[in-house]
Design a protein around this ligand. Sequence first.
Ligand code: SAM
Length: 260
Amino acid sequence: THFGYKTIKREDKEKMVGGVFSSVASNYDLMNDVMSMGVHRLWKNHFINRLDAGMRPGSNRPLDFLDVAGGTGDIAFGLLEHAEKRFNDRASTMTIADINPDMLREGELRYQSTKWNDGSDRVNFLVQNGETMDQIEDNSKDVYTIAFGIRNFTNIQAGLDTAYRILRPGGIFACLEFSQVDNAAIDYIYQAYSFSLLPLMGQLIANDRDSYQYLVESIRKFPKQEEFKGMIEKAGFYVPEKGYENLTFGVASIHIGVKL
Ligand code: SAM
């Protein structure tokens, strides 16, 4: 283990995840900013633009979006805004799902003051475990997004299988996640930063060393880009030629899968 960091037992993971996100729900943005040095905002914008989702002019069927581990709604609201600006789409629906009611409440609070809170019921919130999604029917969604969420799943493959189950044929799976740096020198600096500086910053800024330490560990344990791509294929998705896109030397990456 790098830099003398201890490993968290698997059976403690689920409990930890609940605790981590409950304790940070209200200053969650701060944590993301610290983690990524502010760059997560650029990554998220790129993710949304790259997906370029929305009901195309001339189409008569609105899309059904599902943002899993949606937390505070960054991605969900970004997607809706994009669809409206690019395609004048004011009809597609959005479900924001998260396992943690505190995180979801933050999203709902934000939603109250958005333009989508117009009584139209286009946006709804659901407490759900992304591994099972038992309240979402088979073949019922067009776009499945998940940003910085899937590495927290206890069973990542189950989450991918579920994504496949609930997407319609032709539906798109898109994941933005911390990933593995592809350059040795930069990786050395990055590891040093994340294993020593990050937990310290977590302690100083949020008085919460453990949560930041958990996040560092969860990033380190997440499968590398090629392996994750293989898991997406295993779930049944067709992965387009390049398969994934590295952002900032692979500090994060975007994976896409299509349900044929
Ligand atoms: N997508 C948001 C963003 O990018 O700002 C939030 C990301 S936050 C780092 C991770 C989220 O994953 C938390 O809200 C947490 O509650 C959620 N989460 C963790 N495990 C989950 C699971 N098994 N199913 C659904 N959501 C989960």
